[in-house]
Ligand binder design. Structure first.
Ligand code: UD1
Length: 420
């Protein structure tokens, strides 16, 4: 299995360009099932999760052409001939569940193996099921799979007990082809939901309010093909912002959308980093002796993103003072603390709170394991500043969500080698 070997480097300096957003492109690719006309998706990040979504689309009968050089994918879902997604694909990526809404809307049926839990928590799909039931689907769940059947979906009021990103997206996609109006109350407000709504509206859907907690969808009879460029990845943006700060560097992050990373900017400023909104992107500087502790609580957007909690944990081990991190979205997302302890950090975890002491002792290199995507990236960031040499194993997690992570860091002066 591949791993990263990271040597301590000085400040990262230079420019880096952000790729298209993983969490936007996955539902957008799933949404191409909703039409029998071809859709062209641009600015697609080349990630293993994208690869899995392409395999899922092919598995249900879509034709998928990937142009890696152009970062473009064309999906022609005219020939959909199956509505079943097997476990060997679902187990590779939870976001497979995004195909449930489109499949049921297009074919009247969807059968998926259950994604099960993952290292960051149990991750149920009850809200996806609740929403599709409200639209008239008959849903049967057993130990292994979920089966959804609805010859015709009907618009409805759907109240989400929690603003789940995936459930909001699944319901929005299904409701686009339902009869009548659907309102999603307590909807998630993430930028990726707005991007999906923009894509669906280009296909002929009638969606209003995406980006607020109340989304109104007027169902249409048919959707058509279109072309769409994916928004830049706000989590990759945030990760490089933290890379600049933790290495006390000076990095211009091109293609970043400041509006999508407001809480990350706010927390970096609280830590004493400098963040400037320049014409070409966001410039982040981590001044050598000035960085100090801060407290973080993850919340649904526009609160501080759970996906940025791990990179910040690495950063906060290197600043002056003691910080706290409270994770409220996933029940088991503080595992990074254990791996960072192997590098000399002295983080105490109590329930959903981590207490992170600052830089009395610098981190040292160690053999550590990426327990999930963001924790993996955070370990690489820690490795950049740890004395000596750090090996991060299980980097397939990192490659699910960061395009050319090592190359991008190395272009800023890091020394990260990928070895098999
Ligand atoms: C998406 C993102 C992920 C991010 C997360 C929260 C994608 C591909 N992934 O994941 O990177 O960390 O949003 O911002 O976009 N929940 C339920 N029942 C459900 C669905 C969710 O209880 O039916 C719970 C989850 O267990 C979790 C919380 O709601 O505790 C948030 O999950 P959700 O917003 O659905 O995250 P995902 O869409 O899975």
């Amino acid at each position: 299995m591949a791993k990263f070997i990271i040597e301590k480097t000085g400040p990262l300096v230079g420019e880096v360009s952000i790729s298209g957003a993983k969490n936007a492109v996955l539902p957008i690719l799933a949404a191409t099932i909703l039409t029998d006309e071809p859709c062209e998706i641009n600015d697609v990040p080349l990630l293993s999760d994208v690869d899995v979504m392409c395999r899922i689309l092919r598995c249900v009968g879509a034709k998928v052409d990937v142009d890696e050089k152009e970062h473009t994918i064309v999906v022609d879902a005219k020939g959909i001939n199956s509505s079943e997604i097997p476990y060997d694909l679902v187990k590779m990526m939870r976001a497979s569940i995004f195909t449930m809404g489109p499949l049921i809307a297009r074919t009247g049926h969807a059968n998926m193996a259950l994604p099960g839990g993952c290292s960051i928590g149990s991750r149920p799909i009850d809200l996806h099921n609740k929403g599709l039931r409200m639209l008239g689907a008959k849903i049967t769940v057993d130990e292994f799979s979920v089966d959804a059947y609805a010859p015709k979906l009907k618009g409805s009021l759907v109240y989400l007990d929690f603003p789940s990103v995936g459930a909001t997206e699944n319901i929005m996609m299904a409701a686009s082809l339902a009869e009548g109006y659907t309102t999603i109350e307590n909807a998630a407000e993430e930028p990726e939901i707005v991007d999906l709504a923009n894509f669906l509206n280009k296909m002929g859907a009638k969606i209003k309010g995406a980006g607020t907690d109340s989304i109104r969808i007027e169902g249409v009879k048919k959707l058509h093909g279109t072309r769409h460029a994916v928004i830049p990845d706000r989590i990759e943006t945030g990760t490089f912002m933290v890379a600049a700060a933790i290495s006390r560097g000076d990095v211009l992050i091109k293609n970043a959308l400041p509006d999508h990373v407001r809480p990350v900017i706010a927390k970096l400023l609280e830590c004493g980093a400098t963040v400037n909104d320049e014409v070409d992107g966001l410039r982040v500087r981590g001044d050598i002796n000035r960085l100090v502790a801060t407290d973080i609580k993850t919340l649904p957007y526009p609160g501080f993103p759970t996906d940025m909690q791990a990179p910040f944990m690495s950063l906060l081990t290197t600043v002056r003072g003691t910080s706290t991190i409270i994770e409220t979205i996933f029940e088991n997302r503080l595992q990074l603390a254990g791996e960072l302890s192997r590098m000399g950090a002295n983080i105490r975890v109590d329930g959903n709170m981590a207490i992170v002491p600052g830089d009395k002792r610098p981190l040292h290199g160690a053999n550590v394991m990426a327990t999930d995507l963001r924790a993996g990236a955070a370990l690489v960031l820690a490795g950049l500043v740890a004395e000596g040499h750090t090996e991060v194993s299980d980097i397939y997690h990192i490659e699910r969500g960061y395009e050319n992570f090592a190359d991008k860091l190395n272009s800023l002066g890091a020394n990260v080698k990928r070895v098999e």
